[in-house]
Design a protein around this ligand. Structure first.
Ligand code: GLN
Ligand code: ZN
Length: 760
């Protein structure tokens, strides 16, 4: 039985690609050296997968930045602003599309957005009327050729044309980007003709087949793939779907291609429907090993699926693979030396997953397999492990009552209590939480973790930072202060490190975008909070000022979304456990005298399921988790939340149900397009639409900021408008922050004066 994988992590076990690329950008290494590093990593990936026993190894999945950008370059779909000559895309243009460029001839980068419901970001293709397409970048066949040279049985991997177009955007709203389909298919045909000479299989990723699609898109797939299959010559085409159930398996089974790949981890039930529709000539690739999570697989379950397919359509027509590209998991467990050995044994990263794929195929064709025996034993150990279960957490969850999800009084009454206690001016000014993460503060944290500085020195350094931050905010004239988050490297990892039921990996890096990687914490057991986490820092900060200080926490949904989660209970249940732990922290902050507490939920929107039919269910438990985390405080205590990085217009109703007293949201980059939603939907509580883009070092003038506030006042009543930046300021420098905040408070002041005049 044939095995394969859909894609492999590119970044390198020690993030070699990141370091090489960043040095290349700084002019520290040559293009040749960068490309050599890339080649070394690719070759290593191929060897590893081949040695693990995969029959077909992907080539073309490797990228210097992003696979969608690779397709943009290949098609020559380069937006005019980059001054493309129309010949060959070189690395200069390639990276400028990804990152933009500054200076006189500066150009903004292409937009970047999340790849389905993952934490990976792709570069969004741009389409415009009159655009032409031409084969302009040889990256895909360079890889395939290189693989062949290294003696690898390569399967070419490229993004499919329908996914490429669907995930792109038309620069002009009236323009229908599907008008370009035929032109794009022609270039794809040329590409396939070339690829087809060097390999037997071409995998075309069409994950949009798991989304709610317009009929007209599906209808055009059959003739288009007919053309492509012809162009590929002797090479066979596999359509890869993942992240969910194929919405219209009947149509997909009519595509004139040789194989389809379906995700059997996220959507096991689709096996039966696919088997019903699959035509005799078609091969079915079963994604039975989870490519989205780090747990060792239940091999018996996977074998049962494969066996079912084998009996229905015959062994020669079944392939075994991970559910999706392994891009979304770390590379190899060999980098983990400090993990608790018991928990480490429960895990499988990309390399280990390839071994599991091989094992499933072998067992399904009747061979015996050592891995199965080992896995059964380990999984049994995990199921019965005492470290997973915390009966206290179970008892608390069992005795939850509805009023734990509610504040005591409705918002208007709470607001009166809070006004009395806080005595804030009209248009209160505040920030989102973090201040510059300077080299000094990072180094102190690192040395403390390594044991090179003791607790007293560490504490003194953090406190000095807080003192500096408070003084700066007082000088700038802010109304509600923050401590600046100097103790945190990351808003999720910090809390994960202080909660039971979580563990942190040493080297479990996953690409987030380009050279940026994240190291998601792992939730392996019931979550609880052994001791207060942030209280000491918050009360110290509050002791330095008479202005109200905000306690600052990350919300349960965001902690869940940015971690690897347990696969042995529903996410909803895990989220509720995290919510209880955060609730404990919220209550302790209140007890310690904090009058305002902010709970950030920037990941609420990205957790939204891919299919609309599943939205309500998710929003229900996500909103409940936030309410459980915040519902334990008195009316007088003001709860803030914060959201960014996404479009919130679609879920504004759910956001209102969270019933935070104040919400701050990213808005400045879209010139407050967010406010449209607030115009249509009467958001009931206080709002601070961000008026400063924190991604840019540019300091907006007082006049500009005042104008943004004026726009906001068109839809938000004055007594409910807050003034703040888009997000935390951790990536900015202190002088930038000072200048930004001074202008921001000056704009608020100006607005207050205007209002006074109007009232007189
Ligand atoms: N409080 C966090 C900060 O300011 C929020 C970060 C975020 O929204 N991503 O850094
Ligand atoms: Zn933010």
């Amino acid at each position: 039985m044939q095995t394969h994988s859909l894609g492999f992590p590119r970044i390198g076990l020690n993030r070699e690609l990141k370091w090489a690329t960043e040095r290349f950008w700084q002019g520290g290494i040559s293009e040749d050296l960068l490309l050599n590093t890339a080649k070394g990593l690719m070759t290593g990936n191929w060897r590893l997968q081949k040695e693990a026993g995969l029959d077909l190894v992907p080539a073309g999945d490797f990228s210097l930045y992003d696979h969608m950008l690779d397709m943009t370059a290949t098609l020559g779909a380069i937006p005019n602003r980059f001054g493309f000559s129309g010949d060959k895309v070189d690395l200069d243009i390639y990276f400028r599309m990804a990152r933009g460029s500054e200076g006189a001839k500066g150009t903004p980068a292409m937009e970047m957005t999340k790849w389905f419901d993952t934490n990976y970001h792709y570069i969004v293709p741009e389409f415009w009327p009159g655009q032409s397409f031409r084969l302009s970048y040889t990256w895909f066949f360079d890889q395939v050729r290189e693989a062949r040279r290294s003696g690898i049985n390569a399967k070419a991997v490229i993004p499919g044309p329908f996914t490429y177009i669907h995930l792109g955007k038309s620069v002009d709203n009236d323009f229908d980007r599907w008008e370009h389909l035929d032109k794009i298919i022609s270039v794809y045909a040329e590409l396939l003709e070339l690829l087809g000479k060097d390999c037997q299989w071409i995998q075309m990723d069409e994950p949009i087949l798991v989304l709610d699609l317009d009929r007209h898109i599906l209808d055009r797939m059959i003739p288009a793939y007919g053309r492509l299959a012809k162009a590929a010559g002797d090479a066979r085409i596999m359509i890869a779907t993942y992240f969910g159930e194929i919405v219209d398996p009947e149509t997909v089974c009519m595509l004139p291609v040789s194989a389809i790949h379906a995700d059997m981890v996220r959507a096991p039930a689709q096996l039966e429907t696919i088997l019903e529709h699959i035509p005799d000539h078609m091969i079915l690739s079963l994604g039975t090993i989870d490519g989205r999570n780090i747990w060792r697989a239940d091999l018996d379950r996977a074998v049962a699926q494969v066996d079912r397919a084998r009996r229905a359509i015959g062994e020669e027509r079944v392939m075994v693979a991970p559910s999706c590209s392994l891009l979304h998991v770390p590379i190899d467990l060999s980098g983990e030396k400090m993990l608790d050995p018991e928990i480490r044994a429960w895990m499988a990263f990309a390399g280990e997953k390839c071994l599991e794929v091989r094992a499933v195929a072998d067992m399904a064709s009747g061979k015996s397999c050592d891995l199965l025996v080992e896995s059964r034993k380990i999984l049994e150990g995990r199921r019965t492990c005492k470290h997973i279960i915390n009966s206290e957490v179970g008892n608390r969850l069992a005795s939850l009552t509805g009023d734990m999800l509610r504040r005591n009084s409705p918002f208007p009454e709470r607001k009166k209590c809070q006004n009395r206690q806080l005595n804030l001016p009209l248009f209160p000014t505040t920030t989102i939480g973090s201040f510059p993460q300077t080299r000094e503060i990072r180094s102190v944290r690192k040395r403390y973790v390594r044991g090179e500085v003791d607790h007293a020195i560490y504490t003194r350094n953090i406190k000095e930072y807080i003192e500096f931050a408070v003084e700066m905010q007082e000088k700038a004239g802010l109304d509600v202060l923050v401590h600046g988050e100097p103790e945190r490297n990351d808003m999720v990892e910090y809390f994960a490190g202080h909660l039971d039921g979580f563990c942190l990996t040493e080297n479990g890096w996953v690409q987030s975008y380009g050279t940026r990687c994240v190291k998601p914490p792992v939730i392996y057991g019931d979550v609880s909070r052994p001791a207060p986490i942030t209280v000491e820092w918050s009360i110290y900060a509050q002791s330095l000022t008479r202005k109200p200080m905000k306690g600052m926490l990350t919300g349960p949904v965001t902690i869940l979304r940015w971690s690897f989660v347990r696969d042995d209970q529903p996410e909803r249940d895990t989220c509720r456990q995290i919510a209880l732990a955060i609730r404990d922290e919220v209550c302790d902050l209140e007890k310690a005298g904090m009058k305002i507490i902010q709970i950030d939920e920037p990941a609420l929107r990205e957790g939204l399921p891919l299919r609309q039919k599943d939205w309500a269910g998710y929003l229900n438990w996500a909103v409940d988790a936030f309410k459980l985390a915040t519902g334990g405080v008195r009316d007088h205590t003001q709860i803030h939340t914060h959201m960014c990085y996404s479009e919130f217009n679609e879920i504004i109703g759910a956001i209102a149900e969270m019933d935070a007293d104040v919400i701050s949201m990213e808005a400045s980059r879209s010139r407050m397009a967010l406010l449209e939603a607030f115009g249509d939907y009467q958001y009931p509580n206080d709002i601070g639409p961000g008026i400063i883009d924190i991604h840019s070092p540019r300091v907006p003038s007082v006049a500009e900021l005042t104008e943004l506030l004026r726009l906001a006042l068109e839809v938000i009543p004055p007594e409910r408008l807050w003034v703040n930046p888009d997000c935390g300021l951790k990536t900015r420098s202190w002088p930038e922050v000072e200048a930004m905040l001074q202008n921001m408070t000056a704009a608020a002041m100006r607005m207050r004066k205007r209002m006074e005049k109007q009232i007189k």
